[in-house]
Ligand binder design. Structure first.
Ligand code: ACO
Ligand code: KIV
Length: 514
């Protein structure tokens, strides 16, 4: 058995998915769950990219103890300095430094000659290695780079202090056999790779990210990178849960061991889906709703006689239970606590009490509270910084004109009451909210889904809004679709306000430095 390091980049490359923007507190929540999932390294963000990301990485670095925390940096000293400031408190800090090596990226994007790229990479690795105990260096767009140029630059960055060398398929262009051959070529031609780990990082533009990652593993890489649910730039990254389950189910082929705790898979996937607003397709491998569902008679018959006839993965392996305890109006604190423990939720007493109260309030309108409902309530109550909160809502529907009146508790605790009309209920609500905050906000996208089946399911609404040059997403959960819609819009506004405050703080700091 060979040991493989799992490098999760849900919080960096995953957050680069179009339309996803996570609050600092949401990033921390995902980070703590990734730690329980047992990844070896988590890439917490790109500290130089914004004040918000810097702070989130800093907090994750301070709180995560059982795994290495990495931050991304371009090949510039200021990016490396920002990453070091954010990560210096981590138990095992790692810098992830990258520069592109393909002809097209070097000529058009970086406007540098190959020699200048080598020199910049070497200078930055050397500078970073004076600070970080581990420097991971990535050749962006490696799979469209000249292999002999890769050999040259890798030899030089390793000499300068890189301990991990990642060769990403940045644009999802390679094929399994070609990717494996590239790693073999590098291994055979770079003379100073002893003690250096090679890493694979794949994108899914051709739907080959997981296959390419597994091919690289077979070719001997010591680290694999990916994101939960495969989220990420464009078509996404390699889905880390699919790679891990493939390695576990086909241990006979791969002969690989990882530290991952697979029973945390389902919960980690759900948390990421809910916080990012990127729903998992029902037929997605390992974590889709239908991944363990059998519909046709011949399959059901087979499964009833012996589950292994049609099930190669046991649901328990990824943390799905076949038996379940029903929680409802008559359940008390003990049963609720047991459920929270079963779901592996790590709650302070205050968080538990807040969640229990939300659960009790929900049982007034919902007969049976499911695991997904509890998770949705938890995420609802996890953001502590609310500027505007929904107090009440009345909607009076009329053909072509609907009136909404609502009350919102504002930043100073005051309740602001307003009314407006619109063509439909949601439009009327959003028109009133615009009045309340006295700012035009453009709705770009609106999506609604239910947490479970059944008439009493909770509604989860995701919105994407534009305000000046910012685009943010918001999430709202409620038993009623209109209240959930109002909460999602207010959540987006709260995120804009928090971002503005962080930018103001950054401006003040920068002005002070000048
Ligand atoms: C393959 C990947 O996923 S790489 C990670 C991509 N992730 C992101 O871009 C998300 C966060 N990014 C951001 O917030 C912004 O792009 C920032 C803050 C990093 C930079 O913003 P800006 O200063 O406005 O620059 P902008 O994004 O327009 O352009 C990128 C600049 O970085 C340069 N650059 C790109 N990669 C590198 C690198 N590895 N090393 C050094 N410079 C680089 C580009 O050549 C360009 O430089 P130029 O301004 O001299 O032409
Ligand atoms: C920064 C690098 C590793 C990256 O995300 C990519 O090339 O896809």
């Amino acid at each position: 058995m060979r040991k493989l390091d799992v490098f999760d980049t849900t919080l960096r490359d995953g957050e680069q998915s179009a339309g996803v923007n996570l609050h600092g507190s949401e990033k921390v929540e995902i980070a703590l769950q990734l730690e329980r999932f047992g990844v070896d390294i988590m890439e917490a963000g790109f500290p130089a990219s914004s004040q918000g990301d810097f702070k989130a990485v800093q907090e994750i670095a301070a709180r995560v103890k059982d795994c290495s925390v990495a931050g991304l940096a371009r090949a510039t000293k200021s990016d490396i300095d920002a990453a070091w400031e954010a990560l210096r408190g981590a138990a095992l800090p790692r810098l992830h430094l990258f520069i592109a090596t393909s002809p097209i990226h070097m000529e058009y994007k970086l406007r540098k000659t190959p020699d200048e790229v080598v020199q910049t990479a070497v200078d930055c690795v050397r500078y970073a290695a004076e600070r970080f105990p581990v420097v991971q260096w990535s050749a962006e767009d490696a799979t469209r780079s000249d292999w002999d140029f890769l050999v040259r630059i890798i030899r030089e960055v390793v000499d300068a202090g890189a301990r991990v060398v990642n060769l990403p398929d940045t644009v999802g262009y390679t094929t399994p056999a070609e990717y494996a051959r590239m790693f073999q070529y590098i291994r055979e031609n770079v003379p100073n790779l002893a003690g250096v780990k090679l890493s694979a990082h794949c994108h899914d533009d051709l739907g080959l990210a997981v296959a390419n990652s597994l091919a690289a593993i077979e070719a001997g890489v010591e680290q694999v990178e990916g994101t939960l649910n495969g989220i990420g730039e464009r078509a996404g990254n390699a889905a880390i849960e699919e790679i891990l389950v493939a390695l576990a189910i086909r241990k006979d082929v791969y002969q690989i061991e990882t530290r991952a705790n697979l029973t945390e898979t389902a919960l980690t996937s759900k948390l990421v889906a809910k916080l990012t607003g990127m729903a998992v397709p029902a037929n997605k491998a390992v974590v889709g709703n239908n991944a363990f569902a059998h519909e046709s008679g011949i399959h059901q018959d087979g499964v009833l006689k012996n589950a292994e006839t049609y099930e190669i993965i046991r649901p328990e392996m990824v943390g799905l239970k076949s038996n379940r305890m029903v929680l409802g109006k008559h359940s008390g604190r003990h049963a609720f606590k047991e459920k929270c423990e079963e779901l592996n939720l790590q709650l302070s007493e205050q968080q538990f009490n807040r969640l229990f109260n939300s659960f009790k309030a929900l049982t007034e309108t919902k007969k049976e509270v499911t695991d997904d409902d509890i998770l949705a309530l938890l995420l609802e109550s996890s953001i502590e910084e609310h500027k505007y909160e929904l107090e009440f809502l009345h909607v009076s529907y009329g053909l072509n004109e609907t009136t909404a009146a609502l009350g919102v508790r504002g930043p100073n605790g005051e309740v602001i009451r307003e009314a407006a009309t619109g063509n439909g209920s949601v439009e009327a609500i959003y028109n009133v909210i615009e009045r309340v905050v006295d700012t035009p906000i453009h709705l770009i996208d609106y999506r609604i889904q239910s947490t479970t089946g059944g008439r009493d399911s909770l509604a989860e609404v995701y919105v994407k809004v534009a305000y000046h040059d910012r685009v943010v997403t918001g999430r709202g959960v409620h038993g009623d679709v209109l209240s959930a819609s109002a909460k999602a819009f207010l959540d987006a506004i709260n995120r804009i306000l928090i971002k503005e405050r962080l930018d103001d703080e950054q401006l003040v700091t920068m002005t002070a430095q000048v």
